[in-house]
Design a protein around this ligand. Structure first.
Ligand SMILES: [Cu+2]
Length: 236
């Protein structure tokens, strides 16, 4: 039991140390969410397979061998009874706390905007998003008009709504946050790679054209971003 406890303490300790080391470099929340998801999937698969094997083994081992056979329960000592309840519960709880600790780390990263983040204001309207880029450049996006963000530059979206509740979701970056009239909310992304298949989608039913309240979001090299922003400024 002591060995088990010290192993569990070590596990939690390792998690804390690695999350501290992690905090030194700029987090990439979408990658962390994916890792967390993979870990949850792995854990529940391992637990599920162990439980299934145990269930099948017990079904076979304790099956009735004649139609009128009556089973008898094995008498357990107090220590055996307590161990039978506590050991599996401890293992499950240790895994739950391990996953929760990882989840909190990702959540903290997701909520803590890096100091060097570029700010883009977002205003939700029925049924489109308007973006205000640095320098006051306004971009009215629609399903055919992508907005750009530069690769390697964290971007924070500061958001509000002029009419009803919307939600700003970018599945590519695993982020989503409500946009509400009279309130300011935020999310941030860390586009470490160029991509042209990202989409912003309103994720809160906001009226008739809610499903079309969407626009592409591309992460492009800095030079391409600068050229796009200059073009938007000239058009605006
Ligand atoms: Cu909406």
């Amino acid at each position: 039991m002591m060995k088990f406890l010290s192993a569990m303490t070590g596990l939690v300790g390792t998690t804390l140390v690695s999350s501290q080391a992690f905090a030194k470099e700029l987090p990439v929340p979408n990658e962390s969410w994916e890792r967390l998801w993979d870990t949850v999937m792995l854990d529940i698969t391992v637990i599920g397979v162990i439980m299934a094997i145990a269930a099948v083994w017990m079904l076979f081992k304790f099956r009735a061998t004649s139609p009128d056979q009556v089973g008898t329960a094995k008498k357990l000592t107090t220590v055996q009874s307590i161990a039978f309840a506590l050991i599996p519960a401890s293992i499950f709880m240790a895994d739950d706390f391990y996953l929760a600790a990882n989840g909190w780390t990702v959540w903290n990263d997701y909520r803590r905007v890096p100091d060097n983040a570029m700010e883009v204001k977002v205003i939700g309207y029925q049924w489109y998003f308007e973006y205000e880029y640095p320098g006051g450049v306004l971009v009215e996006a629609d399903m055919e008009t992508p907005v750009m963000i530069p690769v390697g530059q964290p971007v924070v979206f500061r958001m509000t709504s002029e009419d009803v509740i919307h939600s700003f979701g970018i599945p590519k970056y695993r982020v989503k946050e409500d946009i509400m009239p009279g309130r300011k909310t935020y999310i941030w992304v860390n586009p470490v790679e160029a991509q042209t298949d990202g989409v912003v989608q309103c994720a809160e039913f906001c009226g008739e054209a809610h499903s079309q309240m969407s626009n592409p979001i591309h992460a492009v090299p800095q030079a391409e971003y600068n050229a796009w922003l200059a073009k938007m400024a000239a058009e605006g």
